[in-house]
Design a binder for this molecule. Structure first.
Ligand code: BYC
Ligand code: FE
Ligand code: FE
Length: 474
């Protein structure tokens, strides 16, 4: 299970033992680097960045920290250790040994899941590529770059599976992953949220809090897969994912902290005044939150989905923490609550649990998201400011599933088109909000200095002081 760093492509899958595969991946590697040079973080290529690199796949001590030029980052293929006894824990193949090769009858679905997962990784790097130019500190810049290189590695993780297990069409899909572009009209990324812009740092922190958390839950579901190489690769990805969500949660928390300090100091909640003082008012933070939350919960797919049922029954994608459920793991007779719209009203309904697995995962996700928002509220409470952030109702601003196209307030009330038009500006970040936030985004790149709109961090990276030179420009 040790990682071979002597190879051109670092790995713990004995790549050297499969010359054909090694050659194919070594052919893809320069294409990946071309993509990174063109679409990776702008203006970053010659900087030395204090990054962590995986040195072992074991939960303890897998990271090594050092200065790296990002194009020289050792992207590689790391799978969590195999468990020789592992059985399929759900669906029609329940109790059978996990698959080490792709079962023919599930090949197309498996490839589609891997491609969809893989597509989000470079998409997020593309979405974030301009942010380095407006970093609020070297600490934050380094965190952005860390997230970016690891999303690049997540792409490698999926490309390995495509090359190793899907032959020629896998190689073609791996190439297409470098050709689609976030937001491109002709060749966009596959899922909606990955074609939105991430134009400023508040959007970045919201994205890593909310959207990387979709990554966590999808990866948890794939970590249950009966296709063992997918389960093992997603298990290792989850270890990297934790840091991405931390960047988001602490980032938004520091923005809130700073705003509340200025509110308390100047005894004001006047938005114009706070904006003039150079901090982001809490209602604007709420509108950003509403946007990122609603766009992200769309990523779980339709509430009732025959695809989801098929993925589960065929053993490809489980529930988050599948083995913790005390039920039959077949779900043939079970039901699950879903919301329905009847005569323009939201009504509690029910669907076969097998078909409602997207909704189940979305609900798991919502619970996890709400917990962090509560932690943000505690930051506000501690400063004595009477304001509470809330997570909108899951019907709000949906574009996928039966709620799409209907109009709901953040509290879940059905609203008329005219009320939506009148209130939308209170509910979702407006062009004006975004222009204001953009106006704060100057570049702060001296060690130990922080932009006025964000508090310094409270936790160190690898025990380094907060005025550490996390990025050295050359
Ligand atoms: N946008 O039956 P349904 C991450 C399509 S994030 C556009 O409900 P299904 C990361 C759908 O494809 C984790 N289209 O779909 C985070 C289908 O199309 P067709 C990413 C959408 O298949 C931050 C149709 O609508 N991983 O890692 O049950 C930074 C019917 O829908 C969307 C995964 O997603 C959408 N939002 O569910 C970096 C895991 N939603 O067949 C990285 C793999 C649905 O009609 N993916 N559609 O043409 C899956 O498991 C499933 O594809 C989904 C969709 C859960 C996403
Ligand atoms: Fe990722
Ligand atoms: Fe991530």
């Amino acid at each position: 299970m040790t990682i071979t760093y002597a190879d051109k492509i670092p790995n713990n899958v004995d790549l050297a033992g499969d010359k054909g595969l090694q050659r194919a991946l070594e052919h893809w590697q320069p294409e990946f680097l071309r993509w990174w040079t063109e679409m990776g973080p702008e203006g970053s290529h010659s900087a030395d960045v204090y990054l962590r690199t995986a040195t072992s796949v074991h939960p303890s001590g897998w990271a090594h920290f050092d200065y790296v030029k990002m194009p020289e980052y050792r992207w590689g293929i790391f799978l969590s250790p195999a468990d020789g006894e592992r059985k399929i824990n759900f669906g029609d193949h329940l109790g059978e040994p996990v698959w080490q090769e792709v079962p023919g009858e599930h090949r197309a679905n498996l490839r589609r899941i891997i491609v969809t997962q893989g597509d989000t990784e470079p998409a997020s790097v593309e979405q974030q590529r301009h942010l380095g130019l407006t970093c609020p500190s070297l600490y934050d810049l380094r965190n952005l770059f860390q997230v970016n290189v690891e999303e690049g590695r997540h792409l490698w993780a999926m490309v390995y599976l495509l090359h190793r297990y899907f032959g020629r069409d896998g190689r073609e899909e791996a190439e297409a992953l470098l050709q689609r572009r976030s937001g491109d009209r002709d060749n966009p990324r596959i899922l909606g949220a990955f074609n939105e812009r991430t134009p400023d740092w508040l959007a970045f922190f919201m994205f890593t809090y909310f959207t990387d958390r979709d990554g966590k839950f999808q990866l948890l579901a794939l970590a249950e897969s009966g296709f063992d190489p997918l389960a093992r690769t997603t298990r290792f990805m989850l270890m990297e994912e934790a840091h991405h969500m931390y960047v988001g949660e602490s980032g938004v928390g520091r923005v809130i902290q700073r705003t509340c300090e200025v509110m308390a100091e100047h005894k004001t909640d006047d938005i114009a005044r706070l904006r003039a003082l150079g901090v982001i008012d809490l209602p604007t933070i709420q509108r950003y939150l509403n946007f990122h939350f609603s766009v992200t919960i769309d990523l779980f797919g339709a509430d009732v989905s025959s695809n989801a049922a098929t993925f589960y029954s065929s053993g490809l994608k489980g529930r988050c923490a599948e083995t913790k459920f005390g039920d039959d793991h077949l779900l043939r007779d079970a039901v699950y609550p879903v919301v329905q719209v009847i005569d323009g009203r939201l009504v509690a309904g029910e669907a076969p649990a097998l078909n409602a697995l997207n909704e189940k995962l979305r609900d798991d996700y919502i619970k996890d998201s709400v917990a962090g928002v509560e932690r943000w509220n505690r930051i506000i409470q501690k400063t004595g400011i009477p304001f509470e952030l809330t997570v909108p109702h899951k019907a709000f601003n949906r574009k996928i599933g039966p709620l799409a196209g209907l109009k709901f307030a953040p509290d879940g009330r059905v609203v008329s088109d005219s009320e939506w038009t009148a209130k939308q500006r209170e509910w979702l970040a407006t062009e004006e909000d975004r222009a204001f936030v953009a106006s704060l985004m100057g570049r702060v790149a001296a060690p130990g200095a922080y932009a006025n709109w964000i508090s310094p961090p409270t936790l160190a990276i690898n025990k380094q002081p907060s005025d550490f030179e996390f990025v050295r420009f050359n």
